[in-house]
Design a protein around this ligand. Structure first.
Ligand code: ADP
Ligand code: MG
Length: 240
């Protein structure tokens, strides 16, 4: 589903990603962990070309995004993204947040978009909030709306960048539960997270990034219980 080959990213002279290669298979759930500043967000943002890679190739669902003249907006429709800060449209109701892109980008009918939105709001447990505005929701509710909004585009891949880091502790689980459910439904997911318990339980594979290098990858058991590199060992000692 996702194939990343020798991905490099520089911001000016700063080399943030130093040749990352990995493959994510259909239905796989991959957690990305590593110290702050190691390039996790940049890696994720390169996968849907929110950042333009300096070099390397990225193929998502058979489509090479890094090809010159690739139709990026078309490819991006297939990739949902959820951010730490929710990024909901503040002046639209919850329902309108979910229907806006399906109507205006995919061109589906309003009726169909509303039906789709209602089903998704049901699924994330927020059916009764359809007419509320984002500022009337808790952080956990906002993030569940953001997930539902991304799903409304019916993507084949979902990317999450620290989706629970901005939440009060008591709201973390309601968001993780929605993500767990999504993982069980067979969605291909790449999740940057500091929730090691969640990564251990839900991820099929864990990538440990350090200073722009994919230092280590493996099953949660391999990586958490038996890290091979000193860097991973040191990092895990601090966070586990
Ligand atoms: P992480 O998500 O692991 O904390 P990031 O990918 O956000 O790391 O950042 C990796 C490095 O790239 C950091 O040193 C950060 O300051 C730098 N960086 C990220 N985005 C930009 C940008 N748009 N311009 C310049 N430097 C950036
Ligand atoms: Mg980050």
């Amino acid at each position: 589903m996702i194939q990343v080959t020798d991905l490099h990213k520089q911001f000016g002279k700063l080399e943030v990603l130093k040749g990352i290669s990995t493959t994510v298979t259909r239905g796989e759930v991959v957690a990305v962990i590593g110290p702050s500043g190691s390039g996790k967000s940049t890696f994720l943002r390169c996968i849907n070309l929110l950042e333009q890679p300096t070099s390397g190739t990225i193929i998502v669902d058979g489509f090479e995004l890094t090809k010159p003249k690739a139709n990026i907006s078309k490819a991006r429709q297939n990739i949902g993204m959820v951010f730490q800060q929710f990024n909901l449209f503040p002046h639209k109701s919850v329902l309108d947040n979910l229907t806006y892109a399906p109507i205006n980008v995919l061109g589906i009918s309003k009726d169909e978009a509303v039906k789709r939105a209602e089903t998704l709001l049901e699924r994330v447990g927020l059916a009764e909030k359809r007419d509320n505005y984002p500022n009337q929701l808790s952080g956990g509710q906002k993030q569940r709306v953001a997930i539902a909004r991304a799903l409304a585009m019916e993507p084949n891949v979902m990317l999450f960048d620290e989706p629970t880091s901005a939440l009060d502790p008591e709201m973390v689980n309601e968001v993780l539960d929605v993500m767990k459910q999504l993982a069980e439904s067979g969605m291909t997911m790449v999740i940057v997270t500091h929730e090691m318990g969640f990564a251990k339980e839900v991820a099929d594979r864990v990538l440990f990034l350090d200073e722009g290098i994919l230092m280590e990858e493996g099953s949660p058991v391999e990586l958490f219980d038996n890290p091979k590199t000193d860097r991973a060992k040191k990092f895990l000692e601090k966070v586990l």
